[in-house]
Design a binder for this molecule. Structure first.
Ligand code: IMP
Ligand code: MG
Length: 208
């Protein structure tokens, strides 16, 4: 791209140092991956989940609480198919070190909600549950803020890896213990834009 240098600089500060190499690596990882859940299956499932949520929360004061960044694509599709009035808010937590493929278990709130959840019917929208540690910490923190109800909607569940029990009210797909990305989930921060869920091919370098 001709104006690549210009795109990478704002106020003289490089925005993504080493980004060319990281993007190349992201492309290489994509080449070593396979489709695990197609875009069509995801969209069908999102429709089913949205219908179930719309039934369950008829007459409620629903707040969809999206965990950034992985949950954002799922939220965007889900909310447009939910037929009951609701608001949305966002929270960011980090539980992985840079480049890590497994949750560290050390969960930090890096961006908090802008709205009060007291008395609200809160549905946490999350991309994936692995060990369960991230969500366990988030739920504990949210419970202390006295919502009227607190439930979880997750697209992908690696339930065989669970270390902490999590009550999941709405679940998309059970998946095997493999590193997945796409549809909001990242591999080293890239490939969130894929419309399907991919997994690294078994035995390929880069797999956890
Ligand atoms: P847990 O705390 O082990 O349940 O990890 C949950 C978080 O780790 C999720 O919200 C994701 O952000 C991330 N995560 C877990 N497994 C994967 C994966 O296979 N691909 C991408 N992100 C993952
Ligand atoms: Mg997540």
């Amino acid at each position: 791209m001709a104006n690549r240098q210009a795109l990478k600089k704002t106020d003289g500060v490089a925005q993504n140092p080493g980004g060319d190499r990281a993007a190349a690596e992201a492309r290489a990882l994509l080449a070593r991956s396979e489709e695990l859940i197609s875009a069509e299956r995801i969209q069908a499932k999102v429709g089913e989940l949205a219908a179930a949520i719309s039934r369950e929360y008829a007459g409620a004061d629903l707040l969809l609480l999206c965990i950034l960044r992985g949950g954002v694509v799922f939220l965007a599709d889900l909310m447009r198919r939910i037929s009951v009035p609701h608001t949305v808010d966002f929270m960011a937590v980090s539980s992985y070190g840079a480049g890590a493929r497994k949750s560290s278990g050390q969960v930090q709130i890096t961006f908090d909600l802008r709205t009060s959840i007291e008395g609200r019917d809160v549905l946490v929208v999350e991309d994936i549950i692995d060990s369960g540690r991230t969500l366990a910490s988030v739920l504990e923190l949210l419970r202390a803020r006295h919502p009227h109800s607190l439930e979880v909607c997750v697209l992908l569940d690696k339930s065989e890896r669970r270390e902490v029990e999590i009550p999941v009210r709405f679940r998309g797909f059970e998946i095997p213990d493999r590193y997945v990305f796409g549809y909001g989930l990242d591999i080293d921060e890239y490939q969130r834009n894929l419309p399907y869920v991919a997994a690294l091919r078994v035995g390929s370098a880069g797999q956890a």
